[in-house]
Write a protein that binds this ligand. Sequence first.
Ligand SMILES: [Cu+2]
Length: 338
Amino acid sequence: MSFQPNQPCCATEFTENSTAAPPMPHNSLLKKITFLFILILAMSFAIIEKSFAAEHIIQMTAEETQDDGFGNKLLAYKMLSHTVNGTDITDQYSPNATIPGPTIVLTEGDKVKLTLLNAIPDNPLSAGISQQVSVHVHGVHYNILSDGTLKVINQHLDEGAGHGPENTFVSYEYEWNVARGTAGTWPYHDHNFESHNGSENRGLFGAVIVNPAASSTPINSYTFTKEYVLYIGDDAFWGMEIDGVSKKQSKHGVNPSLAATKNTDVRFHLIAMGTDIHKFALNGYKWFDPGTHNLIDQIAIGPLEKHVFIIRAKNSAQYMDNNFSNKLLGMIGSFNVH
Ligand SMILES: [Cu+2]
């Protein structure tokens, strides 16, 4: 904004004809001081917010995996690179494409630029079917260009990475604003490959963990020796482990065996996939239902809901889905404490 010398700044002119009483001089001084105070306060908040906010530059691929043993090829995301304010943390991730996909750990206030590269080979049998792949995220904020869905859904554009001419692969960039109030664990998944629902069911899913910004929040004072992201499908659990110290991620595949050291704290992130309502239990353990003082030993969780809880590892146990039909399908795994 430029200052115009011929125009009086910041004050309305007062003439003898005015009906309103002229403002008291000390009143206007008070207003100026109050305005200045608010301005300084707002600027210092902005500076504090900026100094804590990190910028994430992420590059991922979507790839075809090996045969699943039944003649089907699955799809998986792979972390190509992840820098946080210029520091490379790519070695926290598996060097391979994994199901579940990489767990992206963020803090409220962060900004993310995620470039997705479609590395899925062209399939001549799929002519006319969308071969575009995307990342559609829950929880964090973004504008419509970063929605990661097809125009048939968002009425705007197909927001994904498609195939270029002669089977070259195209990338697409998403921007996420990890705004205040977005703390939580959220799924991300493809929404564009082969259908407007995407290929989540072929392996293109992962999670975002947004930790709260303020260091005084109880969750930040915890040191977790392990974190487990457990995705609850309609026929199996899928798991991803994050080491509390090295932050390294390892995949555990289907109905994984989890392990923890006795008397250490473990944080579980449950994310329900598919369409069933599940009843998750970790036999012998109780935990606080988030946001309450209620101790529970089972949680009902439906499509794309999440439930995050912390336990202190005491005894080896089994985790399971107590929903009868899911239990029949063998949705059970072990939690080994040593
Ligand atoms: Cu979704």
